[in-house]
Write a protein that binds this ligand. Structure first.
Ligand SMILES: [Zn+2]
Ligand SMILES: [Zn+2]
Length: 275
């Protein structure tokens, strides 16, 4: 079956994310039914510490969040999955582990928006991450941090693996190539394989200034060559209008690169959906 026949979106933000306050689960269901989307995995932000701690869902709200999605799942043919986009903080592994074990998530999406406490998704803070060193050196730091996230065992999938490109245009004009990504990224692939952690093709990059999905095609090629074959796809929607955005194209890209399927999850168990 092709993705066109069974379209899924595994990265969607709803009202508990501060940047998606008006985007209710119900409003996404309406769009999903209209465009024929078969599964939505809600992955609202969960930022356990740091200055953006109150930006996502709070720990005491998680039970209601899960219950709301499970209740609404009964009202539609669209399968609704429960996830969180969890920011990784090395000092919080124990607390994160306990919280993630306490609830029935279908899958858990790990994010590294704050490598060593720098907010690389911020116009204000991103330039500092690149200052005074080569892009390869900055990437080595980013991927060392991401590798720790993978090795923590907390996550099923890691989100948007070259999200650092979002505001790179503020410090650099030329487009990036894989050779700019440093060397640690290959250790990351090995860690992903040994810990059975997948990567995500995140199409929000198409809506950002640089206009390319996360990660770039050459990155996906290198991941494939390294044996990484657990892939989810997500629009990273914060409004219903972008639900499913560019996902059929992402599947075409993956198929062209040789990937034979995308991952689906239920109760944190993965199945391969052929493409
Ligand atoms: Zn993110
Ligand atoms: Zn997101």
């Amino acid at each position: 079956m092709t993705q066109q026949g069974y379209l899924v979106d595994y990265h969607v933000h709803e009202t508990y994310s501060s940047d998606a306050r008006n985007s209710t689960v119900e409003s996404y269901i309406k769009v999903a039914e209209k465009i024929g989307l078969k599964e939505i995995a809600f992955a609202t932000h969960f930022i356990i510490t740091g200055y953006d701690k109150f930006f996502g869902i709070q720990e005491h709200q998680i039970a209601d969040y899960v219950e709301n999605i499970k209740n609404l799942d009964e009202t539609t043919d669209v399968k609704l999955l429960v996830s969180l986009e969890v920011d990784y903080f090395p000092d919080e592994e124990k607390r994160l582990e306990k919280i993630l074990d306490d609830y029935c998530f279908d899958y858990v999406l790990g994010s590294t928006h704050y490598p060593n406490d720098v907010d690389i998704g911020s116009r204000k803070h991103a330039p500092g991450f690149f200052a005074g060193r080569s892009l390869g050196e900055a990437c080595d730091e980013f991927y060392s941090f991401t590798k720790m996230a993978v090795e923590s065992g907390l996550f099923d999938v890691v989100a948007h693996l070259d999200y650092w490109r979002k505001f790179l245009h503020l410090v650099r004009d030329e487009p990036v190539e894989l050779k700019d990504y440093g060397t640690v990224v290959y250790d990351l692939f090995d860690a992903m394989n040994s810990h059975e952690v997948g990567l995500e093709v995140n199409t929000s990059g198409r809506r950002h200034k640089h206009g390319v999905q996360y990660p770039i095609k050459e990155f996906l090629q290198a991941a494939y060559a390294s044996g990484v074959d657990r892939i989810t796809i997500g629009s990273d929607s914060h409004v219903p209008d972008t639900l499913g955005y560019w996902l059929p194209e992402a599947v075409d890209l993956l198929r062209d690169l040789g990937f034979n399927g995308i991952s689906r999850y239920k109760d944190r168990k993965r199945t391969l959906h052929p493409i």
